[in-house]
Design a protein around this ligand. Structure first.
Ligand code: NAG
Ligand code: NAG
Ligand code: NAG
Ligand code: NAG
Ligand code: NAG
Ligand code: ZN
Length: 505
């Protein structure tokens, strides 16, 4: 269908061009109008047929957009940390929060919940110990006994005792929070002057919250809380990239990856039982790309086993960590070829092209991901500079998971109007919008990223059809079976119709 439309567009464009170059007369306004219409029809959502009620809402949205763009501070042009308060007061944002957005397909296990919950809820639980590292970060552990000291960290203190000695714990709580997120009230450009600085801090934040979220009772609650936050933001389905780390109990005993995956499955079932209009969640097993080839081979073996044992919850496999510092996909080609050599299914969902280092080894990840038969591409920020990869991605329907706020905070782009996905969406390249690690960026759910995509990428031109197609994309490009997708789309459509009729007048 997409290919047919593309051919159709090409034919129309040729025809128009023929007329344009045919005569030497003054430009014809009707031809101009036809060209404008042609471009508009090519964008994401450009082929959507809107109902009468949808058209009313679309007209309302158009008015809101014009007012938004006339504002002195245009949020998508600003750093998200400074724009967040502005966005919160935006009527468009308000509408996007209510909009059924479908699925979130690119979210990481320990970045899905806002860190305030971690501090206010988790660090107030009993048996929580904290130490201060050499580089002004913090580490945590829950333990029934006094835990053994960590290298490069102060002796452990029981948080309960520490807080009991204080008159006012606000400053302590804020400093803990500051260690678990990138979000800051300071000037982000000064605090994070380079990609190296922000990636270092990013890795520190994960280490800081690690001991909290890998404690078994917290692990369950954290995931349930994460599902709640996405659900409250009108997201009905989630594909979570998860490290499946060792999870520990108060007595120090630990659980393996299969236990962790099973726990995800149980909590998901519990959540959908409590919220029947939530469709569900699936897990993409991830490993840090810092490992070597032999470790990768054994992890891929494990992934194949998990895929076989938990086919319902397990969606596939991916790697995490900064692409520019890690090993390229090609280095792992033997390990990543194991499934296809054995005739075993292990779908891949590779992060690729989250870089602006053109021409490096890592910059080849986009093509290599496609060679390795990836089902989607995480970020694909560099796709515009790879015409062949772009072509394959479009023809095979390998969607890009675009995470606008993440790309801005991690310093790939400053002004979101200049994000490459703006160009990709102007020709309806397969994309979905996601939020990567909302807890790290001070956002939550999907609405902030939808706002940036809708107002920033699309400018005045993107419309209700764009939003509708993006939401449908998030189910169509999910790892759900075609039958499940049908079911999910029906459920989504019902909620969409309600949303439209409740907001069109
Ligand atoms: C912490 O979260 C748990 C699980 O969501 C909840 O049951 C509990 O009431 C919360 N406690 C506080 C102090 O907020
Ligand atoms: C605690 O300290 C914070 C920041 O220092 C302050 O804003 C707050 O009012 C204090 N709370 C109380 C109860 O004194
Ligand atoms: C992290 O915690 C330490 C110790 O409480 C504190 O000195 C430091 O300022 C915190 N960092 C941030 C960014 O809040
Ligand atoms: C790969 O890494 C593992 C774990 O760090 C290590 O034990 C092993 O020796 C490494 N293998 C090679 C070939 O370097
Ligand atoms: C590519 O991946 C899909 C999804 O996992 C799978 O169905 C298909 O068989 C794979 N094709 C090849 C050639 O490996
Ligand atoms: Zn990611």
């Amino acid at each position: 269908m997409a290919v047919l439309l593309q051919r159709h567009h090409a034919a129309v464009a040729c025809l128009l061009l023929y007329y344009l170059t045919g005569g030497l007369s003054a430009p014809d306004p009707r031809q101009r109008e036809a060209l404008i219409q042609l471009e508009a029809s090519m964008q994401t959502g450009g082929q959507m047929v809107l109902t009468d009620v949808e058209q009313l809402l679309d007209a309302l949205l158009f008015k809101m957009k014009q007012e938004e763009i006339a504002r002195a501070d245009f949020p998508p042009a600003m750093h998200f940390f400074k724009a967040r308060d502005l966005i919160r007061t935006s009527p468009i944002f308000n509408l996007l929060q209510k909009m059924p957005k479908g699925g979130a397909l690119h979210v990481h296990d320990f970045g899905m919940v806002d860190v305030e919950w971690l501090v206010k809820n988790v660090t107030y639980r009993p048996h929580c110990y904290m130490c201060f590292t050499d580089i002004q970060s913090v580490r945590f552990i829950f333990s029934s006994r006094w835990p053994k000291a960590l290298p490069h960290c102060s002796p452990w203190t029981l948080l309960e005792n520490l807080r009991a000695k204080m008159v006012n714990t606000t400053d302590l709580d804020n400093s803990i929070m500051g260690n678990m997120t990138l979000f800051t009230d300071q000037d982000p450009e000064t605090l994070y002057p380079s990609q190296d600085v922000i990636w270092d801090k990013f890795e520190q934040t994960f280490l800081a919250l690690w001991g909290l979220v890998t404690y078994a009772p917290v692990f369950r609650d954290y995931y349930y809380q994460g599902l709640t936050q996405f659900y409250m933001d009108n997201v009905m389905y989630l594909e979570l990239r998860a490290l499946l780390p060792e999870i520990y109990e108060l007595d120090g005993s630990t659980h393996d990856a299969a236990w962790t995956l099973k726990t995800y499955q149980e909590v998901t079932r519990q959540f959908t039982a409590d919220h029947p209009d939530f469709f569900g969640a699936r897990i993409i097993f991830t490993i840090h790309r810092g490992v070597n080839a032999s470790v990768m081979a054994s992890v891929v073996e494990e992934a194949m086993k998990l895929q076989r044992d938990f086919p319902d919850i397990m969606a596939g496999f991916d790697m995490v960590g900064r692409e520019d510092r890690g090993r390229p996909l090609w280095y792992f080609r033997d390990a990543l070829s194991l499934p296809v050599e054995r005739g075993v299914t292990l779908p891949f969902f590779f992060h690729a092209g989250e870089t602006d280092l053109e021409g490096s080894e890592v910059d080849q990840n986009l093509l290599d991901a496609l060679l390795l038969n990836t089902s989607r591409i995480g970020h694909g920020f560099a796709l515009l500079r790879h015409p062949v990869a772009k072509d394959i991605s479009r023809k095979r329907g390998v969607a890009l998971e675009v995470c606008p706020i993440s790309n801005q905070v991690m310093k790939l782009v400053k002004d979101l109007r200049n994000h490459p996905a703006a160009a990709l969406m102007s020709e309806n390249h397969p994309v979905v919008i996601s939020s990567d690690d909302p807890g790290m960026f001070g956002s939550s759910g999907l609405s902030y990223d939808f706002y940036e995509a809708f107002v920033g990428f699309g400018g005045i031109r993107s419309n209700l059809g764009t939003l509708k197609e993006l939401a449908i994309n998030s189910l169509r490009y999910s790892s759900l079976t075609p039958k499940q997708q049908e079911k999910a789309v029906v459920l989504w459509q019902r909620r969409w119709d309600t949303f439209v009729s409740e907001n069109a007048f």
